[in-house]
Write a protein that binds this ligand. Structure first.
Ligand code: KG4
Ligand code: ZN
Length: 335
């Protein structure tokens, strides 16, 4: 079995996966949403301290598996430096104490493998990755080769939901809250501009849209964000979500013109968004492509997806000496 640890942002999670049949035998996650809600976003120092409390608790819950481990895996990049360190320190200690190899896992590759939990992997695959930290189009050619085709010039898709929620006084994380408000709102009330409609390359941008939302809120002339009406909030969420999804759809459509791959996946925390799933599914139907998504419980950050990547690495003998593991907060290109 492989024990895997995830602490790249605000979810502390540990999983234990059987190598031979890829079955998850243990998986637990402690999220920190309540602690970050007052700030409208993740506070790295608080997140790091909470991991230091939560990870040992989860490790204790799965202590019976420790004698059966063949390797320990951990997210080493990308993420928040001081939260990644919490998981990495635990993984280093376990590898040294149990005399088992250490596997460093790229968090974004983890999101791709969230599609293959308890299953065989299937490549090649085109991927739209939408999370709190990234908005990317990837070509996953094989376990070893993942190409970045397009990325955001500024904010990410998930982050824009978090920021809109903060501007409307709706709490954190913004994604699920904005989505549920959007379901009650009028998509036509605010005319936000779809970003990068005439940009020469496939790319993403959400900062202009975020600014559009700020101006829309100001135009309502309420004294504070708390005094906005529920109807105003719902209409802003609906109009914003429609535009953000239209942007992803437009860029994906442009990318697909040059791709012959028949499988397309949406992964990452924001892939839980129903409006996005439906829009992409309709687009793919037109070109006879298949949509792949992970079960909802594995869309947001979790250690099960890290363990699933680690099985492939273990079978290929890709290990990192515990003293040489590098924690890289902001790297994209080393899949
Ligand atoms: O993948 P993830 O758990 O963490 C990162 O690796 O960043 O993604 C979290 C992000 C947050 O920004 C959250 O607001 C967003 O995913 N998210 C959503 C939805 N559920 C989560 N965004 C839009 N719609 C959702 N339903
Ligand atoms: Zn993530």
């Amino acid at each position: 079995m492989i024990l895997s640890i995830e602490s790249s942002c605000d979810d502390s999670s540990i999983a234990v996966t059987r190598i031979q049949n890829k079955k998850l035998v243990f998986h637990q996650k402690i999220s920190q949403d309540n602690e970050h809600t007052p700030y409208g976003g993740v506070v790295p120092e608080i997140a790091s301290r909470l991991h230091a409390v939560a990870l040992p608790k989860i490790l204790y819950a799965c202590r019976d598996f420790l004698p059966h481990l063949k390797a320990v895996a951990v997210t080493s990049t990308p993420g928040l430096g001081i939260t990644l360190l919490e998981g990495v320190a635990m993984a280093q200690a376990l590898a040294l104490a149990l005399k088992i190899p250490l596997i460093a896992v790229h968090h974004l590759k983890g999101h791709i493998y969230s599609l293959f939990i308890e299953q065989d992997s299937c490549f090649p695959l085109d991927v739209l990755l939408v999370s709190g930290g990234h908005t990317l189009i990837l070509q996953a050619i094989s376990h070893e080769e993942v190409r970045i085709v397009a990325q955001s010039l500024d904010d990410s898709f998930g982050e824009s939901f978090d920021k809109v929620a903060k501007m409307l006084g709706l709490g954190y994380p913004g994604g699920p809250i904005v989505e549920s408000y959007a379901q009650k709102g009028d998509v036509a009330r605010f005319a936000f501009t779809v970003p990068l409609a005439h940009y020469p390359k496939v790319a993403f941008s959400f900062s202009g849209l975020k600014n559009g939302v700020r101006l829309a809120i100001e135009s309502l002339k309420t004294a504070t964000k708390e005094s906005l009406s529920e109807v105003d909030r719902a209409d802003i969420c609906a109009s914003f979500q429609k535009t953000a999804v239209a942007h992803l759809l437009q860029q994906t459509e442009r990318f697909l013109r040059d791709s012959s791959c028949k499988d397309f996946a949406i992964v990452g925390g924001a892939s839980a968004n129903l409006c996005l799933r439906q829009a992409i599914a309709q687009l793919l139907e037109k070109t006879q492509r298949k949509l792949k998504v992970a079960p909802l419980e594995f869309c947001s950050d979790n250690a099960a997806m890290i363990g699933r990547v680690a099985i492939e690495s273990y079978l290929k003998g890709e290990f990192t000496p515990p003293q040489a593991i590098k924690v890289l907060a902001r790297t994209l290109a080393v899949f």
